[in-house]
Design a protein around this ligand. Sequence first.
Ligand code: FE
Ligand code: FE
Ligand code: ZN
Length: 295
Amino acid sequence: MTSERLAVGCHLSTSDGYTAMGETAVSLDATTFAFFTRNPRGGNVKALDPDDVSGLRDILQAHGFGKLVAHAPYTMNLCSANADTVAFARRAMAGDLERMESLPGNYYNFHPGSHVKQGADVGIELICAGLNEVLVPGQATVVLLETMAGKGSEVGRSFEELARILDGVTHDEAMGVCLDTCHVWDAGYDVAGALDEVLDEFDRVVGLGRLKALHLNDSKNPLGAHKDRHACLGEGHIGLEAFRTVVNHPLLKGLPMILETPGGMEGYRREIALLRSFAGEAPSDSAGALEGVEA
Ligand code: FE
Ligand code: FE
Ligand code: ZN
């Protein structure tokens, strides 16, 4: 029964550990979540505590979670013009994927990068070269390219650019796409007024089989603004009805859906409940029971 519920959740902090993240997710009635694999701005890594990770694995299983969608740090740029930055990005991604092996079968999402005046062609080549160095055959994690808003020199601003990256990766069986509703909207894809057409286009250019996860965010800016400022659901230019359509869309329903909205934990709790109500789901008994769980 739990497996039929939406896999919906939000971005959570790792600061209290992995088990605590799972407990927080359960208390929010989330059945997936995202977290940074390391400090989002810098590159620090804490060693994983195996007991802490296995505590999370138990929670995921007990509560019928869908796949998690880990997020690489923002500063990681596989297509920087600076060779040290590229080398760091490759090292960080390889290290993150190695750590993700302790949570097998989940997703690792990253921003393809910013080509910083080198042009998208060079950017795409560098991203492919990085992935070809880092991806290991048989790895337990699928790496997701995030659709980008196209601010600055971001690569991944169109489905065509994502398709070109996927085409250049040798182990492309380990690759997929995470569609961020705010980003594609800002990139000019009308997910509010023409979702079916957008998904058709995605299918034609990339292939819907590549679509593995969604970031659900409203946008503070109008269609095609190339800005990337997230809004709470219903408080932006995309509007609430679009999210009702998304969670009920037959092509999207099974995908993990991650909120990255600016309303804090209470905002997340409200939005998860709202999305479940859109899908005709009752809240789970364990929701809100954070204080009650084993200390
Ligand atoms: Fe992101
Ligand atoms: Fe996102
Ligand atoms: Zn964003």
